[in-house]
Design a protein around this ligand. Structure first.
Ligand code: ZN
Length: 307
């Protein structure tokens, strides 16, 4: 009971981001995907674990990603962030080249997006009430977006994901997860389509478009130009956060969440799990009581994960 009351007290205070931002040193979570990173213009670069990818292409892509994240981190620190958690989430993580990363006592690196906290595996260990905002560099648009570079939602089997009837991609899913702790989305970097998706779903969130894509190819800013644009975006995003006008993404609970699969077989398999029902040939649905459980109901990724 005491724990519940404490938590309520904390949530009440944390619903005023401006107050939190002004009274505490800024702590920011940077959740880094790679598909939307500058200089990543081909499928071979982005999905370098696939068969037939040239080793040199994979290494160069990871180096581009690492250098861009270094620049984004430096921009965040320069804008006054006192504590920065940099999490590698592309394909679950493992893309950042560790010995090329910016080393600074204010930065904590998570090389994978699922890790252990207090002996328990969870998604984004360390994401909690103490974080003031989440930034999403390197992001991509949701599945089936036109004029987008490698659009997808979570994996290639999902055709669409909805929360209370609203179609969202990974940007919306991650914002919802962070919303569990009242952490607002403050910044997205990616291709034009990812930025358009962000502006439509999250008005007021700063976006930096570094390329324009179409399917498996993209073209855009040089890595150096992209770093400057990204730094400008991050500086603006931190300034906006301090005004307290950005709200966390907290869809009404319990949320009705659905996944539309590309195949009937995948939908039928998912519908066999407890609490999941088939809506039609390709779609399953569940009711979810916590924002942190936005994808856990289907794939287990979230809090209190079973090993
Ligand atoms: Zn992704």
């Amino acid at each position: 009971m005491a724990a519940i009351m404490n938590r309520r007290h904390f949530l009440a205070a944390s619903t005023i981001p401006a107050l939190r931002a002004q009274t505490k040193p800024l702590k920011i979570w940077m959740h880094c995907d790679m598909d939307g990173s500058p200089g990543i213009f081909t499928r071979e670069q982005a999905w370098y674990w696939e068969n037939g990818v040239r080793e040199q292409v994979a290494l160069e892509a990871r180096a581009l990603f690492t250098a861009d994240i270094n620049a984004a981190s430096a921009a965040a620190l320069g804008a006054g962030v006192a504590e920065l958690i940099v999490c590698d989430t592309h394909h679950g993580g493992g893309n950042l080249i560790q010995d090329k990363l910016l080393r600074d006592p204010r930065i904590t690196y998570l090389y994978r997006s699922v890790g252990v906290e207090d002996g328990v595996r969870r998604w984004m260990p360390g994401m909690n009430d103490s974080v003031h905002g989440i930034m999403l560099p390197g992001h991509h648009a949701k599945a089936f977006t036109q004029g987008a570079f490698l659009p997808h939602t979570w994996n290639s089997n999902w055709a669409d994901f909805t929360i209370n009837g609203q179609s969202v991609g990974e940007i919306g899913i991650e914002a919802c997860f962070a919303g569990h702790w009242n952490v607002p989305l403050i910044f997205v970097q990616g291709d034009e389509a990812a930025c358009a998706e962000t502006r439509q779903q999250f008005p007021g969130v700063v976006t930096t478009a570094v390329k324009q894509g179409n399917g498996e190819l993209a073209a855009g800013l040089s890595p150096e130009a992209a770093k400057l644009e990204t730094a400008r975006g991050i500086t603006q995003a931190i300034a906006n956060l301090k005004t307290g006008t950005l709200k966390p993404f907290r869809p009404t609970l319990p949320m009705t969440v659905t996944v539309k699969f590309r195949t009937v077989a995948d939908a039928q398999k998912a519908a066999q799990k407890p609490g999941i029902s088939l809506v039609d040939d390709h779609r399953v649905e569940a009711r979810v009581g916590r924002h942190a459980d936005v994808v856990k109901w289907l794939i287990g990724t979230g809090l209190d994960m079973t090993p």
